[in-house]
Design a protein around this ligand. Structure first.
Ligand SMILES: [Zn+2]
Length: 281
């Protein structure tokens, strides 16, 4: 027996840019940074709007205030690399990302993705309010994510193509894996392709294939059946599901919609459609 799973409408968001250090040319760099800070949008914190930010997230590309820098720092450097504008040594690459993104561009993205009725923190917001804002942000790495998805089932591995610099990549690719007699969970991993260093993991999740296979076993040949639900993988605190994942017969095919929240990462979701293909087809 075989299942094929095609991922589609995949939303991924991260900041996992590797930053390589180059020898400091301090004056020149500091001048560039100070020029950037003179731009009106960079004169207020990208997150809360406090005036005169002296900190930055060099991989995200935004200038932030001291209080917000604490929230960024708590997320770890793989999410946000917090640097002092004045005290730290900046690489050319880091300065470039500040030039390419900056608070204006970042804010236009944030605003487009803020949930309805949700407002940004202000300079008086508590730490919790700032952290909450960050959790709700869907977008972080605006420039450097080249994501691809790897599926692993037992010894088998299949992967999608790499999508260059995309915030909301859509793969729309079909990957086939055969389900062995005894199977474990289907592992879904998203990586950021990196030509220089090894690829960074951008999150992972597991799919329990048991509900689909139980449905197939119980109902038999889907070709002979009308469209109907044959099972459901239920969202729980133990799995990565965003919502219950229904398994249906549609046009003689067993299909399952799966929406996963990526684990081991600050944010990111992935939608997939699994399809069961009996071996005789
Ligand atoms: Zn702030």
């Amino acid at each position: 027996m075989e299942t094929s799973s095609s991922s589609s409408d995949v939303k991924i968001i991260f900041s996992t840019d590797d930053v390589s250090e180059s020898p400091p040319v301090l004056d020149e760099k500091l001048r560039k940074l100070k020029d950037l800070l003179l731009k009106s949008d960079n004169r207020i914190c990208a997150d809360c709007g406090a005036v005169d930010p002296k900190w930055a997230s060099s991989n995200i590309g935004v200038f932030i205030c001291l209080k917000c820098s604490g929230v960024h720092r708590s997320l770890g450097t793989h999410i946000s690399k917090v640097m002092s504008v004045i005290l730290d040594e900046w690489s050319d690459e880091q300065i470039d990302s500040m030039i390419e993104v900056g608070n204006f561009y970042a804010n236009s993205i944030y605003e487009a993705f803020l949930p309805p009725g949700y407002s940004k923190p202000n300079p008086n917001s508590t730490y919790e309010e700032r952290a909450e804002f960050f959790r709700n942000l869907a977008i972080r790495d605006m420039l450097s994510s080249d994501p691809y998805v790897v599926l692993t089932l037992g010894q088998q591995r299949a992967q999608t193509t790499v999508i260059k610099s995309n915030l909301n990549p859509v793969w729309n690719e079909e990957l086939k894996l055969s389900v062995p007699e005894s199977y474990g969970a289907l592992k879904v991993q998203v990586f950021d392709h990196d030509v220089i260093s090894s690829d960074d993991i951008m999150g992972e999740a597991k799919v329990d294939l048991q509900p689909m296979i139980a449905g197939v076993m119980a109902f038999g040949d889907p070709d002979l059946l009308a469209d109907m639900p044959i099972g459901k993988w239920l969202k729980s605190t133990d799995n990565a599901l965003i919502s219950d994942s229904p398994i249906n017969i549609i046009d003689g095919k067993v299909k399952q919609e799966v929406s996963l929240k990526l684990q081991r990462v600050e944010s990111g979701e992935i939608d997939m459609e699994l399809q069961w293909i009996p071996l005789n087809q």
